[in-house]
Design a protein around this ligand. Sequence first.
Ligand SMILES: [Zn+2]
Length: 220
Amino acid sequence: MTTKTDEDGIDLDIKDAMEGYQRFRRKFDQDKAFYSRLATSGQKPKLLWIGCCDSRVVPSQIMSADPGELFEIRNIANCVPPSGADEDSVGAAIEYALGHLGIDDIVVCGHTGCGGIQALLEPIPPGQEAHLGRWVDYTRPAHDLVRAAGIEPQNQLMATIAAHIQFQLDNLMTYEIVRRGVEEGRVGLHGWLYDMESGEVVVYDRISGEWRELLAEAAE
Ligand SMILES: [Zn+2]
């Protein structure tokens, strides 16, 4: 593998990042009072956002959120491994968000065209990418459900992405701190799906089992 460099031998990807950083520093200087407040008064984020690593799905951009507003967990295919699975990173962030930051809303946001969901449709050769293989297995219940439902192949990916979000809401309830919060009416769980082509977010209604546009909630 060769990396492309400029005339000074600087990696072009890093150069691009440096230029972006330069722009950020200029903006930081302009908004110094804001950043200083953030640094000294601690974080009080409003939402725990559990989303995919996908570089095209940017939570703070979709929510027009400033630094300090979103507490984010991002992993391949926005998975919430059930409590007791051999994975502490997601559970630790959930417990910190609810127990220490006082967050009372959790959003699990999937997205159209998710490669992490697609991955299980194309089996990973044994012995290769073992971590990825184990991780995407968390999407298996959604795949099994969609396959059992006999959904047509061209609609399977989309149906699996949606079903996977619902399963992650169930998995959230396996965490004691979430379950207690929900049962006592203190914590809200929200299943969202971001459409990369339209920019629209639809919301899963756990009571009716239907999806509807996020802004339709406010219109009611
Ligand atoms: Zn994804």
